[in-house]
Design a binder for this molecule. Structure first.
Ligand SMILES: C[S@@+](CC[C@H](N)C(=O)[O-])C[C@H]1O[C@@H](n2cnc3c(N)ncnc32)[C@H](O)[C@@H]1O
Length: 218
């Protein structure tokens, strides 16, 4: 199971206990969503690491509900775990719509089944096919250019801290040995710097798991 370790705490034992504490005292995920994450882990093994963490899913649920979100576009559905959390937030909202995209028909099939089982398939649609494989910068510029987000609309981007490599990609960080993560670092640095400088938005980087950038349109 993917976990969050806050460096503030002196060791893994304390960090794990703290994580359990704040997870248990934050808005819980409904059981069927937790079970879906368990099932993904059981069926897909290491690949299940692609899911957002449980805590991130709790946060997405809380945030979508707090924002009064009505329409959500997700790029990267995988088996539908994060989409289920978002759907939970929107299930009683009139006219709600969630579009989630993915290139993989096999995980897409798992997601579609989960949306049906959860009774949210009437407003959650999976679009199968390749989104343009590109960087967060291009997605951000496209979304802003097309005006897809209303005033106070929010874009959330995951993994913006990339195992700490965006801050320090020298030998001091053992994650530098992860060639895939390292290859993403320049794009994420560019993205984070762009957000920090862009006067059209306000950004807050929340250090939940590997960093969520929250970008609110002014
Ligand atoms: C990190 S996972 C998403 C995890 C999901 N949000 C969750 O929490 O369960 C990223 C997904 O993006 C999909 N993907 C990768 N490249 C893509 C592309 N060019 N177009 C559409 N989907 C793509 C992958 O198949 C994978 O399922």
């Amino acid at each position: 199971m993917k976990d969050e370790i806050a460096v503030l705490y002196p060791n893994e034992t304390v960090s794990t206990a703290v994580l359990k504490y704040y997870r248990e005292r934050s808005l819980p995920l409904p059981d069927h969503i937790g079970r879906h994450a368990d099932l993904t882990e059981k069926e897909l093994g290491d690949k299940s690491e692609m899911m957002v963490s449980r805590l991130q899913a709790q946060y997405l649920l809380w945030t979508a509900r707090s924002l009064g979100a009505k329409k959500i576009l997700e790029v990267g559905c995988f088996t539908g775990f994060s989409a289920l959390a978002l759907a939970e937030a929107l299930k009683d909202v009139e006219g709600a719509k969630i579009i989630t995209m993915d290139i993989n028909p096999e995980t897409g099939e798992i997601a579609r089944r989960a949306f049906k089982d959860a009774g949210v398939d009437h407003f959650v649609s999976l679009v199968l096919g390749p989104a343009e494989k590109t960087s967060y910068v291009t997605y951000f510029n496209t979304i802003m250019g097309l005006g897809l987000l209303r005033q106070d609309g929010v874009l959330i981007a995951d993994n913006v801290l990339k195992k700490g490599l965006v801050v320090d990609a020298s030998e001091v960080n053992p994650n530098v040995a992860d060639a895939y993560a390292s290859s993403k670092v320049p794009y994420l640095q560019e993205f984070n710097d762009l957000l920090a400088a862009d006067k059209r938005v306000e950004t807050f980087i929340l250090p939940v798991f590997d960093g969520l950038a929250l970008v609110r349109v002014l």
